[in-house]
Ligand binder design. Sequence first.
Ligand code: SF4
Length: 157
Amino acid sequence: MDTFLKEGRWSQALEQIKLWARLNSPWVIHFNSGSCNGCDIEILATLTPYYDVERFGIKLRGSPRHADVLICTGPVTRQARDRLRRIYEQMPDPKFVIAVGSCALSGGVFDGCYNVVGPIDAVIPVDVYVPGCPPRPEAIIDGVVQLLGKLQQGARP
Ligand code: SF4
């Protein structure tokens, strides 16, 4: 046991267990930072039993303190900017962000509006981008699977 601890294999094993848990239960929180609701309806459709995302361990949480992945839609409005930042800061590390929809990626049709700050990555770091207006549930699931694939390779995207 002493040798096991000295060689640091205990901490390695712990890291592997954490990675295994992270890959098999990515709990998500959803935030609309200013979208028209089109993308949000697709996210809700994605979470229904029809697409059965729980087979990947994906579960919607109500609190950022319980979530690993923040799924964001829409451009960031001035009103939502501080809330988005606060939600991101409340999530435990390591945390990941998926931007869903053209508006989340670039501002989309809202780009240049007086009340819009910009895309999601103008306010918080984004790990995976899912384009589309709105993207289909299959594309959203693909975004989460892309994130898990990158985590499995051991690299933060
Ligand atoms: S990408 Fe399209 S559906 Fe999504 S928020 Fe923008 S305009 Fe609405």
